[in-house]
Structure formats: structure tokens, C-alpha cells
Design a protein around this ligand. Structure first.
Ligand SMILES: [Zn+2]
Length: 179
């Protein structure tokens, strides 16, 4: 697995189980789900490949295979937990230090003002620190989303639902031969 120390997302990946719940909401061998940092919008998620990839075309067929499923299942989980009528999905990876591919999966709340809908929702990212979703709230959301995902049948297999504390990433799979 190729990870780069000068990349924010890779550095997070290298922390493994030391990551807080908001940084490891769910994962499989190819993808990890985290709550976005620097956002004022609770439930703003990013779906990141677990190796350093800077363009969508670099994704392998295996990574591509579960990508659509993650996007849809995360949208379902957000709908259930946050109650949003729709989600946005976007990928740019243009910000300095954030070239690692990341798919934004953004809950579009009923209350979201008209001017913030569509691409305008990115005005809710890179906010001043005092506006960020507090870490403890993001951690709670992570737990609820993890539960919603497991009920949706995804992370029951991918995360090991019997052992919710046992998130160990791809090297720590339970060896049951599933997947
Ligand atoms: Zn990276």
C-alpha cells in the first residue's frame, strides 16, 4: 500500500486504530470514510482510497467496484441519521496538501438556504475554526452513521459488527475469509 507522509490523508491512514471515530466511520480494504475537517456542516463525509491516488483514473478496478456502493450506502446512512432529503457527491482534490482523491458525500439539509445549494455548499467547507462541527459531535455522528451502515448490511461484514471496537484496517481483518 503506497502512502505518502506529506499527504494529510495518507498521514491519517498511517495512524490506523489511533484515529478517532470521526476519522474511521467505516472502511473496507479499499476505502475509508471520515467526517470532513474544517466544515460547519454536520455529517459532511469524505470517502478516501486507502492508498495515495491523486486522480480518479488511477483507481484500480477493485477500488472502482465498491465506489458506487459506498456512495449510495453513505447517502442512505446520512438520510437516516441526519434526515437530509438528498446528498451531494463531488470529487476535486485540488487544495494544497489534499491532492489525495476524496469523494465528498454531503448531506443537503431541508433548511439549507437556496444560495448554499449545489456547488455553493462548498462555502460550508474551510470555515474559521470556531464554526467547525465540534469533534465530540462528529464522533457521535460517526457512531450513528456506523450503526446505520451496519444495519444497511454493509459494515456488518466489512467492519466486523461483533467487535465494533476492533477496527484494525485491512491488515487486521478477522481472517474468516469473507471478502
Ligand atoms: Zn495520500
Amino acid at each position: 500500500m503506497s502512502l505518502r507522509k506529506d499527504c494529510f490523508t495518507c498521514a491519517q491512514e498511517l495512524r490506523g486504530t489511533a484515529l478517532p471515530p470521526r476519522e474511521r466511520i467505516a472502511a473496507d480494504d479499499h476505502w475509508r470514510v471520515a467526517h470532513a475537517t474544517g466544515t460547519a456542516l454536520p455529517g459532511w463525509l469524505v470517502l478516501v482510497p486507502r492508498r495515495h491516488v491523486t486522480a480518479v483514473w488511477e483507481l484500480t478496478d477493485a477500488e472502482a467496484e465498491s465506489l458506487g456502493s459506498w456512495q449510495v450506502r453513505l447517502s442512505r446512512a446520512l438520510r437516516e441519521v441526519v434526515g437530509c432529503p438528498k446528498t451531494y457527491v463531488a470529487q476535486f482534490a485540488e487544495a494544497e496538501g489534499y491532492a489525495h482523491v476524496h469523494f465528498h458525500v454531503v448531506p443537503r439539509d431541508r433548511e439549507l438556504p437556496e444560495e448554499l445549494r449545489g456547488p455553493g455548499v462548498f462555502g460550508q467547507l474551510n470555515r474559521p475554526a470556531e464554526e467547525w462541527v465540534p469533534d465530540d459531535r462528529a464522533d457521535l455522528l460517526a457512531e450513528s452513521l456506523g450503526l446505520a451502515l451496519s444495519l444497511d448490511g454493509l459494515s456488518a461484514e466489512l467492519l466486523g459488527a461483533d467487535d465494533p471496537e476492533g477496527w484494525e484496517g485491512p491488515a487486521g481483518r478477522d481472517g474468516s475469509g469473507r471478502g
